[in-house]
Design a protein around this ligand. Structure first.
Ligand code: F6P
Length: 455
């Protein structure tokens, strides 16, 4: 076994263009693609180094998010990449009978056969794509059984295969992800709870036939919530390997709008913590935010569980077409413990020790019976991971947080010395726009149309 180095120096993985077991053929459902007209771009990998990426994992483990992320980074680098998603094909060709969990029962032989046919159809399409201009074909499906993977290996024998398994054991996130899935057309007209139950049964059927990756030549198993590689085995030269691995462990955010909740009743009195409502001025600010973002498509707004962030998000959601608010406890404001609900002035007068100790080392100080910036770090990180996991195509992602929370989120993307983090500027009349991809990093503090809203 070896671990490949940078793809730039890698020798070709397999003899290129070797026909499959059945000899040269053409997928019946897909025309051969002509070379694109116009100027030819120089590909990042030699044309004969092609790769199948086969996703593996139970439903709702983040496979499509990872597949989309890979396609995105490859496409940006002129590497022709296509995703073949069995679920999409099934919904297109057999929408009626396939939402019920029975369809996934391994004892339902007719359904097993039908699913196999959809899988084969996508394998043929992927193979035809790589025969032509395609360089990377991603098969996005559960592929949890060894027998399904054997079939893939028999069919796709002309280029190396890299399996990427996604694992996510966070019950809350899997649940949220299921709830999002059952809102799609597939379950239209069905009560949400019934759809959720059906979907959970579907997952259990897949679990029955699950075999972990082991005998496969090349695989990476990743914790898709934390973007961590938990197991890997690489026997062949895999084109693009180091780029793929780096992409899997990178937090990619194409466009994050990081907003602080608008003015609350406590802000007016300079009180900290608590769970106050927005003021009238805060509502006007939130409405202005709604208008500002009206033309952008925001699929999710992640908030804390506090009223002031959820209320702010409601005014933004009101002018969106299809937008879900997801309150996460991880984004709750710093818990000020014995100082909750006090003003800074009261803390200075009534709790001078607290005031002085916090002033001396604000980042590391922990409020008695509460939190500090340092102790918030882990939960904020988990909140960010949850938000990115749920936001499958991370075009626009929005977080409505609090002052301390947003400072910690900013410090996740933007290097700041620890002692400076608790002083990052987080106003209420502006928001941060963040872009962080493998190739691009942008931080912008932007004003929305509410001229005198800041404090
Ligand atoms: O808006 C006030 C607030 O969000 C408080 O709830 C919180 O304790 C404080 O800001 C955090 O800011 P700092 O760490 O500067 O006190």
């Amino acid at each position: 076994m070896h671990r490949p180095g940078d793809e730039a120096g890698s020798p070709p993985g397999q003899p290129a263009g070797r026909p499959g077991a059945g000899g040269p053929w053409r997928a019946p459902d897909m025309p051969l693609c002509p070379a694109p007209a116009g100027a030819m771009k120089v590909p990042m990998i030699p044309k004969d180094e092609k790769l199948y990426i086969v996703m593996v994992g139970l439903p709702s483990q983040g496979k499509s998010t990872v597949a989309n992320r890979l396609q995105d980074i490859f496409t940006k680098n002129d590497i022709h990449t296509m995703i073949y998603n069995n679920g999409e094909l099934r919904r297109k060709l057999a929408p009626q009978e396939t939402w019920m969990s029975d369809f996934y029962d391994p004892r339902n032989t007719a359904a097993v056969q039908l699913r196999k046919e959809f899988a084969l159809m996508n394998m043929r399409r992927a193979k035809a794509y790589l025969r032509n201009k395609g360089q990377v074909a991603i098969l996005d499906a559960t592929n949890v059984s060894r027998s399904r993977r054997e079939l893939i290996e028999q069919q796709l024998d002309d280029h190396p295969i890299l399996y990427i398994e996604c694992v996510n054991n966070d019950v809350e996130i899997v649940d949220l992800s299921i709830r999002h899935k059952v809102r799609t057309n597939e379950f239209a007209g069905m009560p949400e709870e019934t759809a959720v139950m059906e979907f959970k049964k579907r997952i259990e059927y897949y679990r029955e036939i699950y075999n972990p990756l082991h005998v496969e030549r090349n695989y990476i198993t990743m914790d898709s919530l934390h973007n961590r590689v938990i197991d890997e085995q690489i026997e062949d030269q895999i084109p693009l390997y180091s780029r793929i691995r780096d992409c899997l462990v990178t937090d990619v955010v194409k466009s994050l709008f990081l907003i602080r909740h608008t003015e609350s009743e406590f802000n007016v009195e300079d009180r900290i913590g608590g769970d106050p409502d927005l003021t009238h001025r805060g509502i006007t600010q939130a409405q202005a935010l709604g208008r500002f973002f009206q033309k952008k498509k925001i699929a999710y707004i992640f908030t804390s569980e506090k009223k002031r962030t959820i209320q702010t998000a409601h005014y933004i959601q009101a002018l969106q077409e299809d937008c879900t608010i997801v309150p996460l406890k991880e984004f709750n404001e710093i818990d000020a413990g014995i100082c909750e609900g006090m003003t800074y002035d009261e803390i200075q007068r009534l709790k001078p020790d607290v005031y002085a100790a916090r002033k001396a080392d604000k980042y590391n100080y922990t409020y008695p019976l509460g939190e500090g910036y340092a102790t918030m770090k882990e939960r904020i990180k988990i909140g960010i991971k949850k938000a990115f996991f749920l936001n499958q195509k991370p075009d626009n992602i929005m977080i409505v947080g609090h002052r301390a929370v947003n400072r910690m989120i900013l410090s996740h993307f933007l290097y700041r010395r620890e002692e400076d983090v608790p002083y990052i500027y987080v106003p209420q009349d502006k928001f941060y726009h963040i872009v962080a991809t493998q190739d691009r990093k942008v931080f912008e503090l932007k004003r929305y149309d509410f001229r005198r809203a800041g404090r």
